[in-house]
Design a binder for this molecule. Structure first.
Ligand code: FAD
Ligand code: SF4
Length: 504
């Protein structure tokens, strides 16, 4: 059963076995697991329930409806990094690109050193179960776009290795609307997988409620208190309370620490909010000659990732975006932007993703807003410059006329020779223009209370009955798209809770 704003006029107090805050990758996977095991589950989700039939490509309608703060969210640092998060039933899985990867073996080997439960062998059944449920499979060749084919052809021309992408999709027709909500239901977000599973098993979902604090009694988490969100004004109004035997916090790697910091939790190791990682991305936007009709909006983006430099922590991919979003990325005005956008059909939105070599921190400002600090390192800056030069060179080799670069003091390269100026002009990281949709690590798992926020089963060291099941859990960045790992870890957290209760 799904509740919305108007329903809290008559009913504001609920009880359950487990209350799960958030319905994204982690919350939905954990809640579905518990509901299937026979527990009474109540989800509390700040965003609204927007069904597949409501999705469209119009950004002025979609972004305020599905994205937190209409995507006007920025990490403070050198350079500042805009980031995006979903705020709707299904969370960020509703607006993500559908790439579905396990972490590389080297990452799981590192995690295994932290705790054997986090190694490849121990996590295998969880990955397998998640991949089956969200239908991870290669893309049908007919649904792949020309921008993707050009990227693969470019990699071949340069002699670079690439991996054909696995995506969580069934019968994807390549409508290229993934980041605005999949209008065919092909993308297997939690909106169309784990949430319906949980509802079918009897779970309830309180939408349009923002949780403001946990209920704590006798040193245990026993529920949550929040307020309903008016979907027209986005103002908080009626108080809503859910009492439960256990609480799962799955608000994502920014909102989870923000919520828990309010009650000064995460005390033993003072790690809550720290260890923030975000796989920053830099765009490399080539424009090909007018006779070359790429039409990147036809067919799914990112059929492959160029992994030649993955051991150095550098990955290349493309992700086509609607015209309004592309225009926002263009560093031009007036006639220049008009001319550049008239080449929309000849452009490829490609990018360089760098695996973090540092961490940042999420903290809570006095009025409850998040402050996220993250500065890229010298090493990451060098990796960006190397990646941008290589990717731009690939596009020139493929015949691009010009490449729009991600530097505010150097917008354009017209030839491979022009790329040499990067070494001269880009000596300071502040000139880089970055972006990220991957937010991780702010309540990391561990086997030592001094170095982590939760134990290896996801329970807070300093609050029994309170579990975390989202991207915050990652002990380190994983260097690839994170949703499958989040779902797998969340499922493991939920299974442990179920087993613990049965044993009790
Ligand atoms: C544009 C974009 C593209 C991406 N592409 C990919 C990709 O191709 N492959 C991939 O693997 N990953 C991708 N990701 C990342 C992936 O989707 C996220 O890492 C993942 O969904 C995060 O899961 P989560 O459970 O931590 O949080 P989310 O999925 O963000 O869910 C958190 C939920 O909690 C709710 N919430 C937050 N605070 C509160 C509160 N106080 N009260 C009530 N509810 C609250 C939010 O509204 C939200 O619905 C992408 C993300 C974006 C935004
Ligand atoms: S390309 Fe279109 S059909 Fe395929 S998953 Fe994305 S939005 Fe859905």
């Amino acid at each position: 059963m799904i509740f919305a704003h108007a329903d809290y006029e008559r009913e504001r107090k609920f009880s359950a076995d487990v209350v799960v805050i958030g319905t994204g990758a982690g919350g939905a996977s954990a809640g579905a697991e518990l509901a299937a095991a026979g527990h009474d589950v109540v989800f509390v989700e700040e965003g609204g329930h927007h069904p597949t039939s409501s999705f469209n490509p119009y950004i002025t309608e979609t972004i305020p409806r599905l994205y937190r703060d209409a995507s006007a969210t920025v990490i403070a640092g050198k350079p500042p990094i805009p980031f995006v998060e979903g705020r709707c039933v299904g969370g960020s899985t509703v607006i993500n690109g559908g790439m579905a990867y396990r972490p590389p073996d080297r990452v799981l080997a590192d995690w295994e050193k932290i705790a054997p439960e986090l190694g490849a062998r121990a996590l295998e059944p969880y990955f397998e179960s998640v991949e089956n449920r969200v239908s991870v499979a290669p893309q049908h060749p007919d649904s792949i776009g020309e921008d993707s084919r050009m990227m693969q052809a470019g990699a071949k021309r340069m002699g670079w290795s690439f991996t054909v992408n696995q995506r969580n999709q069934r019968s994807c027709v390549g409508s290229n609307n993934c980041t605005m909500g999949c209008p065919t239901g092909a993308k297997q977000s939690t909106l169309v997988t784990y949430i319906p599973d949980a509802l079918a098993a009897g779970a309830r979902c309180l939408t349009e409620v923002r949780v403001e604090r946990l209920l704590i009694e006798g040193g245990r988490a026993v529920g949550v208190v929040g307020r309903s969100v008016n979907p027209r004004t986005r103002k908080l109004d009626r108080p809503v309370e859910v009492r439960a035997r256990a609480v799962i916090v799955a608000c994502g790697a920014i909102q989870t620490p923000l919520l828990l910091l309010r009650q000064k939790l995460g005390r033993p190791g003072r790690q809550l909010g720290k260890n923030f990682t975000c796989h920053p991305n830099a765009k490399v936007l080539p424009i090909y000659p007018s006779e070359q009709c790429i039409e990147g909006w036809k067919g799914v983006s990112q059929a492959a990732q160029i992994r030649e430099f993955h051991d150095e922590g550098i990955l290349f991919a493309e992700n086509f975006v609607p015209p309004g979003v592309m225009a926002a990325y263009m560093p031009f005005h007036g006639d220049e932007i008009w001319e550049a956008m008239s080449n929309y059909n000849q452009s490829i939105m490609s990018g360089v993703l760098v695996e973090d070599s540092t961490t940042g921190r999420v903290s809570r400002l006095p009025f409850g807003a998040p402050l996220i600090r993250y500065d890229i390192t010298k090493l990451d800056h060098e990796r960006f410059l190397r990646g941008i030069k290589l990717l731009a060179e690939m596009h020139f080799v493929m015949g691009a006329d010009r490449v729009i670069l991600p530097f505010f003091n150097q917008h354009l390269a017209r030839s491979v020779d022009d790329l040499k100026k990067i070494d001269v002009l880009q000596t300071c990281p502040s000139t880089l223009e970055l972006f990220t949709p991957h937010l991780m690590g702010t309540a990391r798992m561990g086997s030592d209370a001094r170095g982590s926020v939760v134990d290896v089963n996801g329970e807070l060291w300093d609050l029994p009955g309170c579990y975390i099941a989202d991207a915050s859990l990652f002990p380190t960045a994983i260097g690839v798209n994170p949703q499958i790992t989040i779902m797998a870890l969340a499922k493991r957290v939920a299974q442990h809770m179920s087993l613990a209760k049965q044993a009790a």
